[in-house]
Design a protein around this ligand. Structure first.
Ligand code: HEC
Ligand code: HEC
Length: 218
């Protein structure tokens, strides 16, 4: 009996960080160029955003068999704890490798990010994702330091109705206003940008040009 108690003290099975280790196999690739691979990094993202995504995978608003398996039947309290845990982690970003696209395509990507395209009802990405594109706490994620494939896949999932955020789903509206070429241009431009040294999402008030359900309190 006493020995059992002692063993539990040496190797605490309820060490939350230890239970989160499997996540790092896909999400914790420190030093990997942001433009390569597919799995997005989760360290340092706003907790409110991460929590929404874990709920989305659990409840089927976002499709990824792997991620749904990871969060299957987990309680809200546990998912919130996961989100808090990863939002507090920090590790440096590698210098991104520039994605090769022609100058016109890169210029289009930058235009969408900085100015949007009023003729097609596309607001500038910066108005919600922040002037530095590192997101706005607690619920808007940053767009830098992510693989180009991942960014393009997310925008295409919204266009095709495979990813949903809480209604009204502003990103679905925006993604559906983008042309296929725009998705490629904007994701290539974003993936090619250096990440500022402090990549945390600042806590700010801002005027979102569209209503986003995931920015409203739960
Ligand atoms: C086998 C690889 C793998 C493992 C292990 C894994 N994930 Fe994921 N995760 C992914 C992939 C791939 C995606 C992107 C899915 C998509 O296409 O939407 C993802 C997406 C996410 C996202 C959304 C990120 C964003 O920016 O929207 C969160 C949050 C997340 N995972 C958390 C976790 C946590 C927490 C764990 C551990 C309990 C975990 N993942 C384990 C592969 C993995
Ligand atoms: C009206 C505010 C708003 C604008 C403008 C906006 N976004 Fe978003 N975006 C959001 C919100 C809110 C989320 C989080 C959605 C969720 O909870 O799933 C998001 C999420 C994303 C994601 C998912 C990130 C990840 O880690 O999976 C991508 C990619 C994205 N936006 C790209 C863009 C691009 C590109 C533009 C410009 C063309 C843009 N956004 C403009 C509000 C906005």
């Amino acid at each position: 009996m006493a020995a059992g108690v002692h063993a539990a003290e040496i190797a605490p099975l309820d060490d939350f960080a230890q239970r989160m280790q499997p996540c790092a196999a896909c999400h914790g690739r420190e030093g990997r160029p942001a433009t390569e691979g597919y799995s997005p990094r989760i360290a340092g993202k706003p907790a409110g955003y991460l929590y929404e995504q874990l709920l989305n995978f659990r409840d089927g608003r976002r499709v990824s068999p792997m991620m749904s398996y990871m969060v299957d039947r987990q309680s809200e309290a546990y998912l919130r704890r996961m989100a808090e845990f990863f939002s507090q982690q920090e590790f440096p970003y590698a210098t991104p490798r520039v994605v090769r696209r022609d100058a016109a395509s890169m210029a289009r990507g930058e235009q969408l990010v900085r100015k949007g395209d009023a003729a097609h009802s596309i607001p500038a990405c910066m108005t919600c994702h922040g002037q530095q594109l590192t997101g706005i706490a607690p619920a808007v994620p940053g767009l830098l330091g992510l693989p180009q494939y991942y960014l393009a896949a997310q925008l295409n999932s919204w266009r095709q109705g495979l990813r949903h955020a809480r209604a009204p789903d502003c990103m679905a509206e925006i993604a559906q206003a983008l042309q296929a070429d725009d998705v490629d241009a904007v994701s290539a431009w974003l993936a090619s940008q250096p990440v500022p040294r402090d990549a945390r999402a600042p806590l700010q008030r801002f005027e979102a040009p569209l209503r986003c359900g995931s920015l409203e309190p739960r």
